[in-house]
Write a protein that binds this ligand. Structure first.
Ligand SMILES: [Zn+2]
Length: 382
């Protein structure tokens, strides 16, 4: 088992309980895991050694909410929205049609390219949802493509009711034959709880059916207006309620009491010029907050967690340290993973070497690629 020493770290963010940030540090990775953390003055021997010359090291980003498998793009819709023009109804259904029409090898190449783009910018763990197939065969192949890229793949058959179907019969399909087909490939289930998508009882049925098959639960909740999504997530013991743009004080209390992670996706609000989620109220109430890209062709076509961190500081009122925590351990909590998103001994050996004197530069220098090296599972991949 080969080992790698990363030394001469100027500032190390490890999220260690006693010393979350340390200066003049070093880390040893072995067997894909963190084996040792300490001072760069006295380090153990290792097979390989990287001297980072005073750079900052942080855990790799954990992006817990993406829709990376899709066909087509919606640049025209985006341009029209910026011009203030009403755009043709369709949204998700436009992407559903393009995804269904795309041959699997091409779908795989495109998703792989986006996953590589995410990795290049520091995302060492990625969740990927289906939801642009909406037939048994198309949902299955979307999740099979996701399975080539990540262990965290989420079945989102309950994204919208596809054209030519009615809600009642489509739901029977989702929680019956579709769930049967994907249960062996998906690790989690999600539903879009929103006017125009699915109501509370419909989401509850689908999510409970997934949970009964051993899938973890996520909910697209309270994105466009106040609604029952966050409370539904709390009552189901979901891992996360995602978006949370329009949550009330009662919703926040319910999320906190149930230990549900609030996954915030400010790049979606940036892209659609919508109000931002009340991150401060969530964090101050003791809700675990995660940051994610929500990468999708309609409302947030970015894979950059650095951009999301900068937005979270500027627009959500999180401090740079809170934003980094939300982008690392927060994302890991949203995926139910305790060995990700930090650099304590035993964690996955996922870290970023930043061309910066401190983690603050992630927010302070928006739009700048500060990532010098990406190390995933102990391997230097950039
Ligand atoms: Zn989403």
């Amino acid at each position: 088992m080969s080992s790698l020493l990363v030394t001469n770290i100027g500032q190390l963010v490890s999220w260690d309980a006693d010393q979350p940030i340390r200066e003049k540090a070093a880390v040893v990775l072995e067997g894909g895991r963190v084996a040792w953390v300490g001072s760069s003055a006295v380090t153990p021997l290792a097979d390989e050694r990287i001297d980072v010359d005073g750079a900052t090291v942080v855990p790799g980003f954990v992006d817990s909410h993406t829709h990376l498998v899709f066909g087509g793009d919606r640049a025209e819709e985006f341009e029209a929205r910026l011009a203030g023009k009403p755009y043709a109804a369709g949204g998700i259904r436009t992407t559903v049609a393009a995804t269904r029409a795309m041959p699997t090898p091409q779908l795989r190449v495109r998703a792989t390219r986006l996953a590589a783009e995410a990795l290049h910018s520091g995302t060492t763990t990625l969740e990927i949802k289906s939801g642009y197939g909406l037939t048994v065969a198309d949902e299955l192949r979307s999740l099979e493509v996701a399975a080539t890229l990540t262990a965290h793949r989420t079945f989102l058959g309950a994204h919208v009711v596809p054209e030519g179907s009615d809600a009642a019969s489509y739901l029977q399909l989702v929680k019956g034959p579709m769930l049967d087909a994907v249960a062996g490939v998906a690790s989690a289930i999600d539903a879009f709880c929103e006017e125009g998508a699915f109501d509370e009882s419909q989401c509850r049925e689908v999510l409970a059916a997934g949970a009964a098959r051993g899938l973890a639960v996520h909910v697209h909740a309270n994105q466009l207006r106040p609604g029952p999504g966050a409370q539904l997530a709390a009552s189901l013991g979901a891992l996360s309620a995602d978006h949370c743009t329009h949550v009330t004080d009662d919703d926040i209390t319910a999320l906190r009491d149930a230990g549900v992670v609030a996954v915030l996706v400010p790049a979606a609000e940036f892209s659609t010029r919508s109000a931002y989620a009340p991150a401060r109220a969530l964090a101050d109430s003791g809700v675990t907050v995660a940051l994610a890209t929500d990468c999708n062709p309609g409302t947030s076509f970015t894979t950059s967690m650095g951009f999301v961190i900068a937005l979270a500081c500027r627009e959500l009122g999180l401090s740079p340290l809170e934003a980094l925590r939300a982008a690392t351990t927060g994302g890991a909590a949203a995926l139910g993973q305790s060995d990700l998103g930090h650099l304590r001994v035993g964690a996955h050996g996922d870290l970023l070497v930043l061309d910066a004197p401190s983690y603050v530069h992630l927010a302070y220098r928006p739009g700048v690629d500060l990532v010098r090296h990406v190390i995933r599972r102990g391997e230097v991949v950039r």
